[in-house]
Design a protein around this ligand. Structure first.
Ligand code: ADP
Length: 353
């Protein structure tokens, strides 16, 4: 009988250990003296040690983190469930969501606290991005709206009576309305591409890359001509790839549009297409103002601009490159930049063959 009981107890303990070890959440049971009673593999992983090395040791010895210590101390003394986020600096920064509840023995006496850890680094990053995005959109929309409101009020009050002044004010209002509609159009494009990408509804069809280039050049033709900029097309007739032609055209137009905006008049932009290393490369090269190294990693973020005032003056929304990035990703590719301040920039869309 004794033997059977021992076997049952051992098997129950093993079951419990297996359940704990298989959990993705970290679990730590801590006694009232802040010693670790039990810890599962996921929690030990957060502290970069092995479960057997942690058991019986003081939590402070295992991981030095004042926020965690404070949390555990409060959980032990308050004896009520508690939750909070802490940052852990171990192989990079991690955000952990902690939930604790009192650890009770058979007589319902508190013998410590049970803490469950969840890695919410990715989730918090996304939340921050969403918050920043909403703040950015509101700010971008508010600026032209404030200007429009101001000019309309001035006109209505009748403070301006000269026809040429009225005309000038209307021109400014028109400019801000155009800006608003560009922002809304770009935002709609972005969300459409994202939705299509998530739902995988993008129809990739084989086609000639040069055809896309030619229609993109046609769209940018008048802007290029205004600045007497020549667009030099270098692409083999037979270069084919799988793409959604209207999306790829939009990406090329955005890159050409930037190259025109950020180049001096009378210069040349090169638009190249070639097949190299099992990928089709679409290259837009300019000899314009260039971009300093420190800005390059952030260029493809929504609303990121090197020079806000300059971009706005040129009618930019700060969304053009974010759209290019999403289009490239929707095709299973990516976009890269090489640039030297004052010498020019090369943007390359890489499409898998
Ligand atoms: P914008 O509407 O402001 O042009 P983008 O997303 O298209 O927004 O580009 C982001 C920023 O990257 C721009 O504001 C500009 O500072 C920089 N940039 C983009 N393309 C070029 C280029 N060809 N030459 C120099 N700077 C560029």
């Amino acid at each position: 009988q004794l033997d059977r009981r021992i076997k049952t107890i051992v098997s129950q303990r093993n079951e419990l250990e297996t359940v704990l070890a298989s959990m993705l959440e970290g679990v730590v049971a801590i006694d009232n003296e802040e010693r670790i009673i039990n810890i599962n593999a996921a929690a030990a992983g957060f502290f970069d040690c092995k479960p057997e090395e942690c058991r019986g040791r003081n939590l402070q010895e295992v991981i030095r983190n004042s926020a965690l210590q404070h949390f555990v101390r409060k959980s032990i003394s308050n004896k009520v469930p508690k939750e909070d986020d802490i940052s852990l600096y171990h192989n990079g920064e991690k955000t952990l969501h902690l939930q604790s509840s009192p650890l009770l023995d058979a007589n319902k006496v508190s013998i410590g606290t049970l803490v469950v850890f969840n890695d919410v680094t990715h989730l918090r990053r996304l939340e921050n991005m969403r918050r920043d995005f909403v703040a950015n959109v509101s700010h971008e929309i508010k600026t032209p709206l404030t200007a429009i409101k101001g000019f309309v009020e001035t006109l209505r009050l009748g403070d301006v009576d000269k026809p040429e002044e009225i005309e000038r004010f209307l021109g400014i209002i028109q400019k801000h309305v155009d800006r608003l509609s560009s922002i809304v159009e770009d935002l709609l494009s972005l969300s459409r591409i994202e939705q299509e990408d998530e739902g995988k509804t993008i129809k990739l069809e084989e086609g000639y890359v040069k055809d896309v280039f030619q229609s993109a050049i046609q769209i940018c033709h008048s802007k290029a001509e205004e600045k007497k900029i020549n667009i030099n097309l270098i692409c083999e007739e037979q270069l084919v790839s799988c793409f959604d032609s209207s999306l790829l055209e939009q990406a090329v137009v955005n890159l050409l549009d930037n190259a025109i905006k950020y180049s001096e008049p009378n210069s040349t932009i090169h638009l190249k297409g070639n097949l190299k290393d099992a990928e089709v490369k679409i290259i837009v090269e300019d000899r314009g103002i260039g971009i300093a190294k420190k800005h390059q990693p952030r260029l493809f973020e929504r609303f990121y601009r090197v020079d806000k005032a300059r971009s706005r003056n040129l009618g930019g929304t700060g969304l053009g490159l974010a759209i290019v990035k999403h289009i490239a990703q929707a095709h299973g590719g990516n976009v890269t930049v090489e640039s030297t301040l004052g010498a020019g920039s090369v943007f390359t869309i890489h499409l898998p063959k």
